[in-house]
Structures are given as structure tokens and as C-alpha cells.
Design a protein around this ligand. Structure first.
Ligand code: CUA
Length: 336
């Protein structure tokens, strides 16, 4: 059979791992915390390779020194027993030392990632099935803001992320920037990271949290500090006023129908807190926690039938006519 003839192909599979770069990869780190994790992965890989090689060598040695079938295979001698005892003791000590060393290295690497930094940017992340609420906390209350699924950070400044969960356990994981940390209902966790270079990094919920766990991603946008401040100031503003009649009708529908009981649009009477804040929804690259790029078409598809796009999520279908749907999608697309 063909796959047997080409068995050597399977030996080449690890080479694919050499291409693990990109916007969601622990092997392509962009900050000191992710460098730690990458080094830890390297250390584990090297130690595990050495252990595996030694075990294989011992196995090969044992097989090559097999006794002829004519001898009694289970016969022992006192000197042989002593050598075997020494070998087993040495292997036990080596195992304990190796596991202890790796545990210590792992502890040291992850302890740093939850440490408190100097002058951090504090961001609160609250995980819901299946999206992320992002709040920026400032000493001046007027500068607090809430958004969803997309975190902006200034390059070079430590970020302290306070993690909470609204329903079940989730896990915050942006592999290019840091390790993983769980979000657990009733417990406050924290993870810290510093982005060393500008870029768009993809994160993913890393703890199975229900039907749409795989569709619970987030993005971290690392900008130069002045661009970050500009973004923050823009986000602090109220929602843009409608510029066309269609958008005006769209706003009336969002405020007057069921949308407003779950979503906030600052500057209107829509002040629901069960779903993502929509004040600047069109400034984000994706909707539905990374599922669809933000376009008028995808917003219309989502509003028209959220349960087909992302089955099991908490957004009900709000019955709208075709004209109403067009108006709502025009308004939401204008909320930059
Ligand atoms: Cu949230 Cu998996």
C-alpha cells in the first residue's frame, strides 16, 4: 500500500513545526514574557530529546546483549543483581532530578508572567460564553472605557490584565505575547505582558467552555504609544451620530427594539450590559469574537440570524424586515 511505501514521509512531519511563525504562535514571541515561554519550550524539548535518546540507547544495548535461547533467560547472579540495583537507583535519581528541574524552570518562567510591573496599563478582561469584555481602568473615572474582543496596548509598556469569568472557566492565551492564564468564576487571576514590537496578535480561549469555544478568539493590537493614546481618546467618545437617513432609522431600531436591552451604545439610550459594547463596534476588525471580519455584509448576516452563524450563543434573532436589516447594518457599520 502506498502509505507504507512512503513511511519516511512521517519522519518529515516534525519539520512542519519549523514553520510555526505567524500571528498566533508561541514560537514567534514578541515580548519578554513570550520569550520566557519560548525558552521553556526549548528547554523541555532538549531535555526530553536527551532522555528519549538515552532510553533508546539503553534499549538497543539490552537487545544486542540478549542471551542465546539455550540459556535460562531468568537466571540471575549476585553481581548481576547488584549492577541492576545500581542501574535502577541511578535511573530513579536521574528521573527525580530531571522532573524536579523542569518543574522549577516552569515555575520560575510562569511566576514572572503574573508578577506586578512598574506603572502598568491595567486592563480588565471578563470572559463570557463566547466573547471577551475589555475594560480599561484609569485613575480618572472619565477615562474608563469598555470595549470587546480587541485589546489595544502601547508598545514597550507593561500591561497587567486582570482576569474574571462571567459564567464558566475560560483561558486567556495570546501566545505571541505571554503564556496562558485561566479565567475562573469567583476568582481573580492576573497575567502580565509587554509587547516589544508593533503588530496584530491573535489570541484564543484555551479552555473548553462550551459549544463555541473554538469561536472565542481575541486580538491584541500593539501600537506606538501616541497611536495608542489616539485610539483610546477616540474610544472614549460617544457613538457617532447618523450621517444618513438610513443610519438614523437604524439607530431608532437599535435603541427601540430588543438590541438595547443587551447592548450599550454610548450617547444613546441603549445601555444593556449582557452583550458586547457597540459604541465603536465598526472600529474593531472582527465581530462575534473573531468569527467574521467587520463588514456591512457580515454585520447584516449576524443580526439576521446569529444562531446559524454561531449556534448556541446568547444572542436571539430579532425579527426585522429587509429594510430594517439594511438600516441596522448601515448604522452599526458607521460606529467607527
Ligand atoms: Cu471560552 Cu473556551
Amino acid at each position: 500500500m502506498k502509505f507504507v511505501q512512503h513511511r519516511w514521509i512521517y519522519l518529515a512531519l516534525p519539520l512542519l513545526a519549523a514553520d510555526c511563525g505567524g500571528w498566533q504562535s508561541a514560537l514567534d514571541p514578541h515580548g519578554p514574557d513570550a520569550w520566557n515561554v519560548r525558552d521553556l519550550i526549548g528547554l523541555f524539548a532538549i531535555v526530553a530529546s536527551i532522555v528519549w535518546s538515552m532510553v533508546m540507547l539503553a534499549l538497543a544495548g539490552a537487545l544486542s546483549r540478549r542471551r542465546p535461547a539455550s540459556q535460562r533467560p531468568l537466571a540471575t547472579t549476585p553481581s548481576g543483581e547488584r549492577r541492576a540495583g545500581i542501574a535502577v537507583s541511578a535511573a530513579t535519581v536521574a528521573t527525580v532530578l530531571t522532573i524536579g528541574g523542569l518543574t522549577l524552570a516552569s515555575y520560575l518562567a510562569t511566576r514572572v508572567s503574573s508578577s506586578v510591573r512598574q506603572d502598568p496599563l491595567v486592563i480588565r478582561v471578563r470572559a463570557y460564553q463566547w466573547w471577551w469584555e475589555i475594560s480599561y481602568v484609569d485613575e480618572a473615572h472619565a477615562r474608563n472605557l469598555t470595549t470587546a474582543n480587541e485589546i489595544h496596548v502601547p508598545v514597550g509598556r507593561p500591561v497587567s490584565v486582570e482576569l474574571a469569568a462571567a459564567d464558566v472557566i475560560h483561558s486567556f492565551w495570546v501566545p505571541n505575547l505571554a503564556g496562558k492564564q485561566d479565567l475562573i468564576p469567583g476568582r481573580d487571576n492576573r497575567i502580565a505582558f509587554t509587547a516589544a514590537s508593533t503588530g496584530l496578535y491573535r489570541g484564543q480561549c484555551a479552555e473548553f467552555c462550551g459549544l463555541q469555544h473554538a469561536h472565542m478568539s481575541l486580538f491584541v493590537v500593539a501600537d506606538p504609544p501616541d497611536q495608542f493614546e489616539a485610539w483610546r481618546n477616540a474610544q472614549l467618545g460617544r457613538a457617532a451620530d447618523p450621517a444618513t437617513d438610513e443610519q438614523r432609522i437604524g439607530r431608532q431600531i437599535v435603541v427601540g427594539k430588543a438590541c438595547a436591552s443587551c447592548h450599550t451604545v454610548r450617547g444613546t439610550s441603549a445601555a444593556g450590559v449582557l452583550g458586547p459594547d457597540l459604541t465603536h463596534v465598526a472600529s474593531r476588525s472582527y465581530i462575534a469574537a473573531g468569527l467574521l471580519p467587520t463588514t456591512r455584509g457580515s454585520i447584516a448576516a449576524w443580526v439576521a440570524d446569529p444562531q446559524t452563524v454561531k449556534p448556541g450563543n446568547n444572542m436571539p434573532m430579532v425579527p426585522l424586515t429587509g429594510d430594517e436589516l439594511r438600516a441596522v447594518s448601515a448604522y452599526l457599520t458607521s460606529l467607527k
